[in-house]
Design a protein. Structure first.
Length: 326
């Protein structure tokens, strides 16, 4: 897994449009829409139960944090919901997609689903701004696996393809986070499919890890002397397993990373070879070529070395964790 860093004000523009229906030109939207704020006000009138009403009022008061708060703020909101609104949380939690029709969801769940999932996510985000938002984020490789490119064609859902948006807090169980900016993770079809409605304990979001998080660091286990060979094939045969500093981490299990990475032993073999035989001409004198140390790395390792650029090319983190140039 690699982190996502947001460098612009995209989350503020997002909030202004999704909630307040402002700045539609920033999203190339031509028609007027009702923002989420108005939608909640309308739907709240249908709620009669006292606990449910208090809950809706809490959601309204914290709407700004819910829509543009970072992942730690969302965790705090969730904590408050579980502690202070226990009765309502139980009703929301009781959603069961396998239950008979009419018994799948409680009334408060239906209201939240209508506001945040059907209207907020499907009608506003998915239909109107997902393309633009993903283009602005400019993430080229899935942050969950760092294996698959997430590609675009066209400019809207009628004519093109775009990366999927995974709900880190699944929208089926946490409907009020269905439009939360930092809950939407651009991802590949495989990872989004594997994650689906699952939300195991200990799962990390790409928005909450930092470059210092060694839990996601790759390493390899060598099985024999072949690793010292000069032949790439022999080095590859000498690698027993590509693994992680911390194997049990929930993300590695969720996205099958333990299995998926084993087919990339050839890449690790190349990096091991380059560690030993990094062309001296670049190692010692890259400045003579008018390039930086990072550019020399890119030329030799065919990948990026800056943690903020890992999202530009597959296997960037694997390569970086094994290399010994930096
Ligand atoms: Zn992926």
């Amino acid at each position: 897994m690699i982190n996502i860093e947001i460098l612009s004000n995209i989350d503020i523009d997002y909030y202004n449009f999704v909630v307040l229906s402002q700045d539609k030109d920033k999203w190339d939207v031509t028609t007027n829409i009702d923002g989420l704020k108005k939608k909640i006000e309308r739907e709240a009138k249908k709620v009669k139960n006292k606990d449910d009403l208090e809950f809706i009022s809490f959601i309204q008061k914290r709407l700004k944090t819910i829509v543009k708060g970072d992942i730690n703020k969302l965790k705090k909101i969730q904590n408050i919901i579980e502690v202070k609104y226990t009765k309502v949380w139980k009703k929301i939690k009781s959603y069961n997609e396998n239950a008979p029709k009419g018994k799948k969801r409680k009334f408060i769940y239906t209201i939240l689903e209508k506001i945040f999932v059907t209207y907020g996510y499907e009608s506003i985000i998915s239909e109107k701004i997902a393309y633009k938002m993903l283009r602005k984020l400019d993430i080229k490789v899935c942050p969950y696996c760092n294996i698959n490119y997430i590609s675009f064609s066209g400019t809207n859902s009628n004519k093109g393809i775009r990366p999927e948006l995974d709900h880190f807090y699944p929208k089926s169980h946490y409907p009020y986070f269905a439009v939360s900016f930092y809950n939407l993770i651009p991802s590949c079809r495989n990872c989004n499919g594997l994650k689906s409605n699952n939300f195991p304990k200990g799962l990390y979001s790409p928005y909450e890890i930092s470059e210092n998080n060694d839990d996601f660091k790759f390493k390899y286990i060598a099985k024999n002397i072949n690793i010292l060979s000069t032949s790439l094939n022999n080095i590859e045969k000498g690698i027993d397993k590509i693994t992680f500093q911390k194997e049990i981490i929930a993300n590695n299990k969720m996205f099958h990373l333990d299995d998926l990475y084993q087919v990339h032993k050839d890449v690790v073999a190349e990096v091991i070879w380059k560690n030993r035989n990094f062309p001296n001409v670049l190692r010692d004198s890259y400045k003579n070529f008018g390039i930086s140390k990072r550019e020399a790395y890119r030329i030799v390792f065919c990948n990026y070395s800056d943690v903020n650029e890992f999202n530009k090319r597959p296997l960037s983190k694997l390569t970086y964790d094994i290399q010994k140039y930096f």
